[in-house]
Write a protein that binds this ligand. Structure first.
Ligand SMILES: Nc1ncnc2c1ncn2[C@@H]1O[C@H](COP(=O)(O)OP(=O)(O)OP(=O)(O)O)[C@@H](O)[C@H]1O
Length: 225
């Protein structure tokens, strides 16, 4: 589904990582962990084509990203749902409108998508919050609304960047439980998180694998978590 081959990224003369390879097969669930500043967000940005690597190759759904024009990139990005670390809501739009935003931006039929939006808000437990502004939501409600927005276009892959940041343990479990449900429906999941206890909890009852980014390299974590 998503493949990175020997990718390297630097900001100016500061390398973030070098010669990193990653393959996310269809239907897989991976956590991405590593210390703050290791490059988790940067790696996710490569995966949804928000940034090109300085070196190496990125392929989505079998298509090399380097060969794509702007329309090609947009078409592939529609198949990837992203939960951003800071949610990235449009604050003057309601929660319902924010969830529908990807439909509007991609030129889809917003009226036809309203039923899906309502179903998704219900699925994440936010029926009551559809007409509120994002600024009127709690941290856990914001993360769940961001997840609803990430899946409104029925993406094949969901990339979640610290989707449990700033929420308590119960809410973290609930949010990860939603990702596990999506994975059981066949979605490919990559979830960046610092929370090792959360990873241990999920790992014990799923086939999730754990990738660790540190000192500029990516490795598959074993039982040493
Ligand atoms: N736009 C940018 N310009 C310059 N440096 C950047 C930029 N974005 C990230 N960095 C730097 O690149 C490194 C990796 O950042 P990144 O956000 O990918 O790490 P992270 O592992 O997601 O961190 P955290 O866990 O704190 O969110 C950090 O040193 C960061 O300061």
């Amino acid at each position: 589904m998503i493949e990175l081959e020997d990718v390297s990224v630097s900001y100016g003369d500061r390398p973030v990582f070098g010669d990193v390879s990653l393959n996310l097969p269809q239907g897989s669930f991976h956590f991405l962990t590593g210390p703050s500043g290791a490059g988790k967000t940067t790696l996710l940005r490569l995966c949804y084509l928000a940034r090109r690597p300085d070196r190496g190759r990125v392929s989505l759904f079998g298509e090399p990203a380097a060969a794509l024009d702007r329309d090609g990139v947009s078409a592939l990005r529609r198949r990837v749902g992203v939960v951003h670390q800071d949610c990235q809501f449009v604050d003057h739009l309601s929660v319902a409108e924010n969830v529908l935003l990807p439909v509007m931006v991609s030129g889809g039929d917003v009226a036809a998508a309203e039923a899906d939006m309502k179903d998704l808000l219900s699925w994440v437990g936010l029926d009551h919050a559809a007409e509120r502004l994002p600024t009127e939501l709690s941290g856990g409600e914001r993360q769940r609304a961001a997840l609803a927005r990430a899946v409104i276009l029925s993406p094949d892959v969901i990339l979640a960047d610290e989707p449990t940041g700033n929420v308590d343990w119960e809410m973290s479990l609930r949010i990860i439980g939603l990702l596990v449900e999506l994975n059981k429906l066949g979605k490919t999941i990559l979830c960046a998180t610092h929370d090792l206890s959360l990873i241990r909890q999920v790992k014990s009852r799923t086939s999730a694998r754990v990738l660790r980014l540190r000192s500029g390299a990516l490795e598959l974590a074993g039982s040493d978590l």
